[in-house]
Write a protein that binds this ligand. Structure first.
Ligand SMILES: C[S@@+](CC[C@H](N)C(=O)[O-])C[C@H]1O[C@@H](n2cnc3c(N)ncnc32)[C@H](O)[C@@H]1O
Length: 715
């Protein structure tokens, strides 16, 4: 608050100033409030974070705190918030009256009108608060909380230079009917709002005036719902029904709206673009495209603003036309005319959004692109061939959880990334803000074009199979039910068991990392031997110790950047041996391929006497392996609590049902059998797992940061 604004306080003779600060009471507060209230700016971080950061930056620069100005770039966003915070408190019945009252409010400086209202609405500041007069009626606020908060954030009136322009936009301002913006994979409007904040921060002042926008898969127009200057906007989409909806929405009056199949219309047999084939593209847009391509001086640059379909050719529900079957839709996508010239892109060509990008690169090579989509094109190993062509300059962006889009299954990041296609500047890392489902910033996240180090999946030797038959397992104690292409049927020399180890990212690691006492019959698995055991335990731990989330879902694991310490390796070994997914076991009488099989357990870290086993363990490999290892206190605590559970297991007489279910016919039962049997017996005699769980949690907490420190994940 500038000092000059505080000076009148000193002239107010009714105020009795106390001698000390502690003498100031509520009464004094009430007397002072009218002087300072209008200078206090309250930001609700959930909605106003960007505005807050901007205001603080500006305040630092100009040595004062300022409110966010209302400009042509944010008019629509400001109006939507005004309706929610103020308009709805007024009891207005005609939707079209909102815009008139909004302008009466913003064109008032809090004391007097800054601009005459052509529509005749007026705002009077009375003792009881603001009163709006319009069409012979008076509107008062049911509560003034929203009013105070709103005007604490925004500055009024708008700058003189913008006033007439803003007033001209009035007729297109109608409160948003969210229902109108629901369709297949629609972008929720609170996320669109964030996209517009990002665009303003990236493209600069007046971007909505300086750029022409084309959304060529507009659906019912969600992405344009926050645009304040529809005269600069072209919206096209596949379905005629969507075109009708957009055309009937007054929020889009002024925009050019047309039906257009972007993946088929105007694409010649040679994969070139010829607008005379369909003649659907508005002349103004053709001209703008030609001018942009020729680099014509003064031509408005084009911003492609899109959220293309997320389907692959194999899975295309969003493109299903009414009455069509999934099969015809599938065929339709894989055979788009655009895709004909994409044969060299392999896997990536199956993605519909890549087909959009392919045509955009050809047709609008100098444009800016702001796109909601999966991040495959940025970082997936499958897309490396596509990335050879994708060399655009990354400007900025954010990621949101896929759950923001009602109909998307799975938990992964969806990016809103802004690119300059006119400049070749492929960068190694894409830095983004991570937003939660509400659109609040929760952190930052980088995505990598190429992995900075080789993949963890290639870090260790996968021993070759030998000729000794092995039992291919499906699970700890369940042989495979596959008949064709059965892997894991032969041992490797010196093998102790095998590890399920599919893929190289969190998404795969969560479900496909486990230790077994025989072969495993699916891709990625490898045999564990004495030689690779230490690495196998590290791989197991790296893949499982950090919780998967929507944000890290597609992150790739890397080979370590630093030499691993002995204590890290032994901590990993213990963490693996006592993990939920250590499915190693000792069992007899497993039936597969018309034969009986046994599993020998090599992964028991205790001797028979340490756990009170009544019979001999067939293998003492693990006891010998760890004989000389100096374990950390955290690992020792896990071993000790684990030993107690193991001992309890051997001291328990399990009923037949549990013995059968967990195949307890041999002394060398594994951790999986120990844990699950005690759990199953819990209804007769409860086992206290807490001390073990707490020791394991300490080891987990110790290991987690080390995954980053040793470089198993990109910085
Ligand atoms: C993910 S939705 C996005 C809709 C809207 N822009 C939004 O963000 O809410 C993708 C839209 O692209 C449309 N679409 C699919 N294939 C298309 C094509 N070949 N040409 C133009 N639009 C297409 C779909 O009908 C759908 O409305």
């Amino acid at each position: 608050m500038p000092t000059e604004k505080a000076l009148p306080l000193l002239d107010d003779k009714t105020i009795a100033w106390p001698k000390s600060g502690s003498g100031a009471g509520k009464e004094l507060g009430a007397q002072i409030a009218p002087y300072v209230q209008t200078h206090i700016v309250e930001y609700e971080i959930a909605h106003d974070e960007a505005a807050f950061i901007r205001a603080v930056k500006d305040a630092i620069k100009q040595r004062r705190i300022i409110r966010t100005p209302i400009t042509p770039d944010n008019l629509r966003q400001v109006f939507d918030r005004w309706v929610a915070m103020i308009g709805e408190e007024l009891g207005v019945t005609a939707q079209s009256d909102y815009a008139v009252l909004f302008f009466a409010d913003i064109m008032h400086d809090g004391t007097s009108e800054a601009m005459h209202q052509p529509a005749g609405a007026r705002l009077l500041m009375t003792a009881s608060g603001p009163t709006f007069l319009y069409d012979g009626q008076a509107y008062e606020l049911a509560s003034d909380r929203g009013y105070r908060n709103f005007w604490a954030i925004y500055h009024r009136p708008p700058q003189q230079k913008h006033r007439h322009y803003l007033l001209e936009r009035r007729d297109s301002l109608l409160p948003v009917d969210e229902q109108k913006f629901k369709g297949a994979y629609y972008t929720p409007l609170h996320i669109v709002d964030k996209a517009y904040d990002q665009l303003r921060a990236t493209l600069g002042e007046n971007w909505q005036d300086r750029y022409l926008v084309w959304d060529m898969c507009a659906g019912v127009g969600n992405l344009e719902a926050k645009h304040s200057n529809l005269r600069n906007v072209f919206m096209s989409t596949l379905d005629k029904a969507d075109v009708t909806i957009m055309k009937s929405n007054p929020a889009f009056s002024g925009a050019e709206i047309f039906q257009y199949d972007y993946l088929n219309d105007d694409v010649t047999d040679f994969g070139e673009i010829d607008y005379t084939l369909s003649n659907k593209l508005p002349i103004a847009l053709r001209q703008a495209i030609a001018d942009a391509k020729d680099g014509k001086k003064g031509a408005k640059p084009i911003l492609v603003l899109i959220n293309p379909p997320y389907a692959e050719a194999m899975n295309v529900d969003s493109k299903k036309e009414s009455g069509g079957t999934a099969a015809t839709a599938k065929k339709g996508v894989s055979n788009t005319r655009v895709s004909h010239s994409m044969a060299d892109l392999g896997y990536a060509a199956r993605e519909v959004f890549v087909q959009f990008l392919h045509r955009i690169m050809l047709e609008l090579p100098a444009s800016h692109l702001a796109m909601f989509s999966k991040l495959k094109y940025v970082n997936s190993p499958n897309f490396s061939r596509f990335r050879e062509r994708w060399v655009a300059d990354y400007l900025s962006g954010f990621v949101v959880p896929s759950r923001v889009f009602d109909t998307l299954k799975g938990d992964f990041p969806i990016g809103f990334l802004i690119w300059n296609l006119g400049k070749d500047a492929p960068s190694q890392a894409i830095d983004t803000f991570a937003l939660n489902r509400a659109g609040e910033v929760i952190g930052e996240k980088a995505f990598y074009r190429e992995l900075p180090r080789p993949a963890l999946a290639d870090w260790f030797v996968r021993p070759r199979s030998n000729k000794v038959p092995a039992l291919p397992l499906n699970n700890a104690l369940v042989p495979t039910d596959r008949t064709g292409d059965v892997r894991g049927r032969f041992w490797a020399d010196g093998a102790l068991g095998s590890m399920i180890c599919k893929g190289n990212d969190f998404q795969n690691a969560a479900n496909a990392t486990a230790l077994l006492s025989s072969g495993y019959c699916s891709a990625g698995a490898f045999f564990v031997t004495e030689d690779n055991l230490a690495q196998a335990a590290v791989v197991f731990t790296v893949r499982r110790v950090i919780k998967p989330s929507w944000l890290n879902d597609r992150d790739q694991f890397l080979q370590p950047a630093l030499p691993l310490s002995d204590v890290f390796k032994s901590d990993c070994l213990v963490w693996m041996l006592f993990n939920y997914n250590n499915l190693s076991a000792g069992a007899n009488d497993l039936l597969w391929d018309n034969r009986q099989w046994s599993l020998v357990n090599h992964f028991i870290p205790f001797t028979e006497s340490e756990v009170g086993a009544k019979g001999r363990f067939e293998s003492d490999f693990m006891v010998r392996y760890i004989a000389d290892v100096a374990f950390s206190p955290e690992a020792n605590a896990v071993l000790e609590e684990g030993r107690k559970l193991w001992a309890r297991f051997h001291a328990t007489s399990f009923p037949r049902k549990i013995r059968d279910e967990f195949k307890l016919g041999r002394p060398d039962a594994g951790w999986y059998q120990v844990r699950r049997s005690l759990e199953a017996y819990g209804d007769t005699e409860l086992t206290e797992f807490e001390p073990f769980k707490s020791a394991y949690a300490s080891l987990t907490a110790k290991l987690r940061p080390q995954i980053h420190e040793f470089g198993f994940l990109p910085e």
